[in-house]
Design a protein around this ligand. Structure first.
Ligand code: C2E
Ligand code: CA
Ligand code: CA
Ligand code: CA
Length: 277
C-alpha cells in the first residue's frame, strides 16, 4: 500500500496539473471567443495553373485571444473535444458565404472551400443545417467544397456517409484533405464518397529543384484522375514545385507561393492583383 501511495504521488506531476489547467482555460476562453466573435476567417487562394486564375478560396479559422493569435492546431482540437466546433463551423460557413458572395457571383466556376470536422458530420442535422444556411445566404451549393480528412470514414459511420450523400446530392463537393497521410489512402480511395483530393504538403515539399522524379506524386495524381477526382496540391512554396505539379496535370495549386491566408481586406488586394495579371 505504501508503494502504491508513493507511486500515485509520483505519477501526479505538477506539469500534468498545468496541462489540465491550460486545457480548461483554453476551453473557457474559446467559449467566450465564440460568443464575442473573436473567431474570424482568413482566405487562401487556390489557383488553376491552366486557367491562370483563382478558382477557389479556402476559409481558415483564426482566433485572436486578447490580441494574441492562437494557432488552429491548438484550438481546433479543444473545439472538437468540447463540441464548440459546431458553433465555430457554422460561423465559418456564414462568414465566408457572406464575405465571398460578390466574388462567387462573378462566375459559377468559382468555389469556396471550408474545413469540416468529423464531430460536425456526426450531428443529426448537419447536412440540412448547411443547406439551409446556404439558401439563406444566397449561396449556390454547387459552389461549396467541404474538406474532410480520412478519419471521418474510419468507423464506417452510416450517418456520416448519409450526411455527405445528402450534401453531394444537393451539388456540394467533398474534398479529401491531407491526402496521402492516412493509413489506406490509395487503395481505399475508390470507396470514399469524395469528389476531390488535396495532396498533403509533406509530398509537395519533396519536390526540390533538380531532384529526381517522384513516382509517388504522379501515382497519386493519376489514380485520383482515373477515379474522376479533382486534384489540389497544398503547401506549394516554390515556382519549381508549381511547375512540376502543373506538368503532372495537377488541377489546382495552393500555397505561400501564391498567397498566405489573408483576412478579407487582404483578399481584395489579392483579387485586384489577379485581375491585373
Ligand atoms: P489544413 O486544412 O490542411 O489547412 C492548410 C494549412 O496549411 C493552413 O494552416 C495554412 O495556413 C497552411 N499553409 C497553406 N499554404 C502553406 C504553405 O505553402 N506552406 C506551409 N508551410 N503551410 C501552408 P492553418 O491555417 O494554421 O490551419 C491548420 C489546420 O487547422 C488546417 O489544416 C485545418 O485542419 C484546421 N482548421 C483551420 N480552420 C478550420 C476550420 O474552420 N474548421 C476545422 N474543422 N478545421 C480548421
Ligand atoms: Ca483544409
Ligand atoms: Ca490539408
Ligand atoms: Ca494539414
Amino acid at each position: 500500500a505504501k508503494a502504491a501511495g508513493k507511486n500515485q504521488y509520483l505519477r501526479f506531476q505538477p506539469e500534468m496539473m498545468t496541462a489540465l489547467v491550460r486545457r480548461t482555460d483554453m476551453e473557457a476562453g474559446l467559449r467566450l471567443a465564440v460568443d464575442n466573435d473573436e473567431i474570424t476567417v482568413n482566405y487562401q487562394p487556390i489557383v488553376s495553373p491552366v486557367r491562370g486564375e483563382v478558382a477557389q478560396f479556402e476559409a481558415l479559422a483564426r482566433w485572436d485571444r486578447n490580441g494574441e493569435r492562437v494557432p488552429p492546431s491548438q484550438f481546433i482540437p479543444t473545439a472538437e473535444r468540447s463540441g464548440l466546433i459546431s458553433a465555430i463551423g457554422m460561423h465559418m460557413l456564414q462568414e465566408s458565404f457572406t464575405q465571398l458572395r460578390a466574388w462567387l457571383a462573378g462566375s459559377p466556376e468559382r468555389s469556396l472551400a471550408v474545413n469540416v470536422s468529423g464531430v460536425q458530420l456526426r450531428e443529426r442535422d448537419f447536412a440540412d443545417d448547411v443547406l439551409r444556411l446556404a439558401e439563406s445566404c444566397g449561396m449556390n451549393p454547387a459552389q461549396l467544397v467541404l474538406e474532410v480528412t480520412e478519419s471521418v470514414f474510419f468507423d464506417h459511420d452510416d450517418h456520416v456517409i448519409e450526411q455527405l450523400g445528402r450534401l453531394r446530392h444537393a451539388g456540394v463537393s467533398v474534398a479529401l484533405d491531407d491526402f496521402g497521410t492516412g493509413y489506406s489512402s490509395l487503395g481505399r480511395l475508390q470507396d470514399l464518397p469524395v469528389d476531390a483530393v488535396k495532396i498533403d504538403r509533406s509530398f509537395v515539399s519533396m519536390i526540390r529543384t533538380g531532384a529526381e522524379k517522384l513516382p509517388i506524386l504522379s501515382s497519386m495524381i493519376n489514380m485520383a484522375h482515373s477515379l474522376g477526382l479533382t486534384v489540389t496540391a497544398e503547401g506549394v512554396e516554390t515556382a519549381a514545385q508549381a511547375a512540376y505539379l502543373t506538368d503532372l496535370q495537377c488541377d489546382l495549386l495552393q500555397g505561400y507561393l501564391f498567397s498566405f491566408p489573408e483576412p478579407d481586406t487582404g483578399l481584395e488586394i489579392a483579387l485586384l492583383r489577379s485581375a491585373d495579371a
